[in-house]
Design a protein around this ligand. Structure first.
Ligand SMILES: NC(=O)c1ccc[n+]([C@@H]2O[C@H](COP(=O)([O-])OP(=O)(O)OC[C@H]3O[C@@H](n4cnc5c(N)ncnc54)[C@H](O)[C@@H]3O)[C@@H](O)[C@H]2O)c1
Length: 134
């Protein structure tokens, strides 16, 4: 499937799955808005991936659990590339895999905010301009 000239936004795009997805979109001809929270992973992505596709990548450091950061992410993506055709929510975190009896509520709430609630937050914003929500 060619993604020539399609615009994809990928959250968690400098991690394992997200990076593979972002690189696949680039290989298929798409422009990619790359969002991640990790400065270290972002620097590595810029050095090894964006540098080869400077006109087709926009790399943004955003925390997707913050409403204002998501607003900025979608606004900056549209400003840069004019539209979005696909949004992939790949940002995620793992808990410490503690036994249920030792559940850390702070960690639980963080996992829910990143892994679950963002589907809703990003989905709301995506519907204004997207063609496919993954
Ligand atoms: N790898 C697997 O085999 C697998 C299987 C099933 C489901 N998943 C799920 O897919 C998602 C991605 O998995 P992965 O293996 O690529 O994980 P990963 O840890 O390699 O990548 C996740 C990325 O999300 C980013 N991120 C975390 N919190 C963020 C935030 N608040 N804002 C923006 N970015 C944030 C991280 O910096 C990281 O780059 C996770 O939710 C994971 O649970 C993974």
């Amino acid at each position: 499937m060619s993604c020539q000239d399609k615009i994809a936004l990928v959250t968690g795009a400098c991690g394992g799955l997200g990076r593979a997805i972002a690189e696949t979109f680039l290989a298929e001809g798409a422009k990619v808005v790359v969002c991640d929270i990790s400065t270290e992973l972002i620097d590595d992505f810029k050095e090894k991936v964006s540098s080869a596709h400077p006109d087709r990548t926009l790399v943004l450091r955003k925390d997707i659990t913050h409403e204002s950061a998501l607003d900025e992410l979608f606004k900056e993506a549209i400003e840069a590339f004019g539209q979005l055709d696909c949004v992939v929510n790949s940002a995620g975190i793992m808990d410490a895999l503690d036994p249920v009896a030792d559940l850390n509520m702070e960690m639980w709430n963080k996992v829910i905010a990143v892994n679950v609630s963002d589907w809703n937050r990003s989905g709301c914003r995506s519907t204004r301009s997207f063609h496919l929500l993954v």
